[in-house]
Design a protein around this ligand. Structure first.
Ligand SMILES: Cc1cc2nc3c(=O)[nH]c(=O)nc-3n(C[C@H](O)[C@H](O)[C@H](O)COP(=O)(O)OP(=O)(O)OC[C@H]3O[C@@H](n4cnc5c(N)ncnc54)[C@H](O)[C@@H]3O)c2cc1C
Ligand SMILES: NC(=O)c1ccc[n+]([C@@H]2O[C@H](COP(=O)([O-])OP(=O)(O)OC[C@H]3O[C@@H](n4cnc5c(N)ncnc54)[C@H](OP(=O)(O)O)[C@@H]3O)[C@@H](O)[C@H]2O)c1
Length: 471
């Protein structure tokens, strides 16, 4: 039998997920020097994961990696099978029958929970839902948020919380020419949100914002950033943290917050309040959210290991709209081990391992489903490259029988009535979205329903209507 990875017997690899880690893994395999065929399987008709459906619409520069991914998609021996969900349309076992190796790069698609009373009251949402809604993710198209509320609360102090705060704080004219979904722009244009409270369970030195994102919150056209200077007094352990040279981001965050605290409010229409050392203890209201009960915390522990301990002091913030922005979590797929505590597929050097820690031949993971939900887009490159390094090292050990890859998989999916979306199909959808955005000066007007995307591939009249911006 020809050696696996030779032209006569190419390595057939499936990548599950088309976000950054999926594309970087595909690129590393395609440029490895081995004969490789890579098929990227994506549950949505549109690729790019959180770069399309997470990165904020008013940060178009941060979506530029899409240009790199579209070049990777043009490399020889790359194929896309969009609109195919692993675990729903095809099982992991079936994938293993068609491919020598499967790299899971399926991200962290759900949210973590606070675990407090009232968490599911109407009016209490996750940032995950809100972000996906304004970015036009089909799963969240029909969500609604009561933007008639004047006071909104965001729990968590990371960059996702900063995105949510900014979208709520900006006036609609600042968003109009972005790729924000039309339904979100319409809803936000009627927003009455005036005060936005961003709640951190630890102190200013532990906030997870990056400096640029925090600074931007103090430079909004329509919104004043408000910080109580007393909240910026640091305990000795926090002072030690910001004095540590490597912790310059936190030191700079504290400096930026001090600037916010020293600025007099300028009377802008909206206000963004930063709260520290407070944790939601309960959400309350008669049938819907009306009050957020916040416990006062104190920090305990060594520098860099400080935790927030609740005290018996509490305060009540009246609000009917709350977003929990406390991190994402992976979703299990039948046939793959899952670490429910961390919300990841357990791995060792990128190889998926079973309960005893032994690598399961041919299964790998990269990106958020491997590391957990932290890190910027670029972080996923080194991560995916290291997973592919392990995969390539395993090639001599993988079963060398020739596999059918996409040919076999397409036949199976077609028999199940699944309409797959190829890379060329995506280019058509992409071009139509761009054309739909043009009349409004937007980079694109996304299709926000799967059926719309598939319809414009299959019916020329629908495509024409879409091109004219109808639909
Ligand atoms: C709201 C938000 C904003 C962000 N903004 C920025 C930013 O501005 N700049 C920055 O550098 N970083 C940003 N990040 C971080 C960055 O988006 C992540 O580091 C990165 O997207 C993680 O890449 P990934 O490939 O692991 O996962 P993802 O990007 O989530 O991609 C996973 C893909 O897998 C697909 N998938 C899931 N399950 C299946 C299945 N069963 N079958 C088939 N396909 C499946 C999903 O549809 C998705 O396309 C942001 C993150 C969030 C949450
Ligand atoms: N523009 C950008 O570059 C950009 C934009 C968006 C996202 N991202 C990246 O995407 C990743 C994910 O961002 P993220 O904001 O979701 O996560 P994150 O940075 O980990 O922030 C999560 C926040 O939630 C808090 N939290 C967690 N559990 C909590 C609980 N039970 N109660 C109260 N607060 C709780 C955390 O506080 P503790 O610190 O106390 O745990 C932290 O403040 C990050 O790496 C981020 O940088 C980047």
């Amino acid at each position: 039998m020809d050696a696996l990875g030779s032209e006569a017997n190419p390595l057939r690899a499936a990548v599950v997920g088309s976000g950054p880690s999926g594309f970087y893994a595909a690129e590393a395999m395609l440029k490895s020097g081995l004969a490789v065929r890579v098929d990227m399987i994506e549950r949505l008709p549109a690729p790019y994961g959180l770069v399309r459906y997470g990165v904020a619409p008013d940060h178009p520069k941060l979506k530029e990696p899409i240009l790199v991914y579209s070049q990777i998609a043009r490399l020889p021996h790359f194929g896309l099978l969009g609109n195919v969900a692993v675990g729903r349309d095809v099982s992991v076992e079936e994938l293993r029958a068609h491919y020598h190796a499967v790299v899971f790069a399926c991200g962290a698609e759900t949210d973590r929970r606070l675990g407090i009373p009232g968490e599911d009251l109407p009016g209490s949402h996750t940032a995950t839902e809100f972000v996906a809604w304004y970015n036009g993710h089909p799963d969240y198209r029909d969500r609604s948020f009561d933007l008639s509320q004047e006071v909104a609360v965001i729990v968590g102090q990371g960059n996702v919380a900063a995105d949510v705060a900014r979208i709520l704080a900006k006036c609609v004219d600042e968003l109009r020419t972005t790729d924000i979904a039309r339904h979100a722009l319409e809803a936000l244009s009627a927003s009455r949100v005036r005060d936005i409270h961003v709640i951190g369970r630890r102190g200013p030195a532990q906030a997870k914002f990056t400096n640029k994102e925090l600074k931007e919150l103090g430079e909004l056209v329509n919104c004043d950033a408000v910080v109580d200077p007393r909240d910026l007094e640091l305990n000795p352990a926090s002072r030690a943290e910001i004095d540590a040279k490597a912790n310059f981001v936190s030191a700079k965050n504290v400096e930026i917050l001090r600037q916010f605290a020293s600025q007099p409010a300028s009377g802008k229409a909206r206000r963004l309040f930063f709260h520290f050392l407070k944790s939601p203890r309960a959400l309350a209201g008669a049938g819907r959210l009306e009050e957020v009960v916040l416990a006062r915390n104190r920090l305990a522990g060594e520098p860099f290991k400080q935790v927030a301990d609740e005290t018996d002091r509490a305060e009540v913030l009246r609000s009917g709209l709350l977003f929990r922005s406390i991190g994402y979590s992976g979703v299990p797929i039948p046939g793959v081990p899952f670490d429910a505590r961390r919300g990841v597929f357990p791995t060792h050097d990128g190889r998926i391992v079973d309960g005893a820690g032994a690598a399961i031949g041919g299964l790998y993971a990269a990106g958020w489903i491997k590391r957990g939900p932290t890190g910027i887009i670029g972080t996923n490159r080194a991560d995916a490259v290291s997973t592919v390094k392990a995969l390539l090292a395993d090639v001599p050990k993988l079963a060398p029988e020739a596999k059918r890859g996409a040919d076999g998989l397409r036949a199976l999916l077609s028999a199940r009535g699944v309409r797959t979306v190829s890379a060329d199909d995506w280019l058509k959808i992409d071009a139509l979205e761009v054309a739909r955005g043009q009349p409004d000066g937007k980079p694109r007007e996304k299709f926000t329903r799967v059926a719309e995307m598939l319809q414009c591939l299959d019916t020329p009249t629908a495509a024409l209507a879409a091109r004219k911006g109808i639909g």
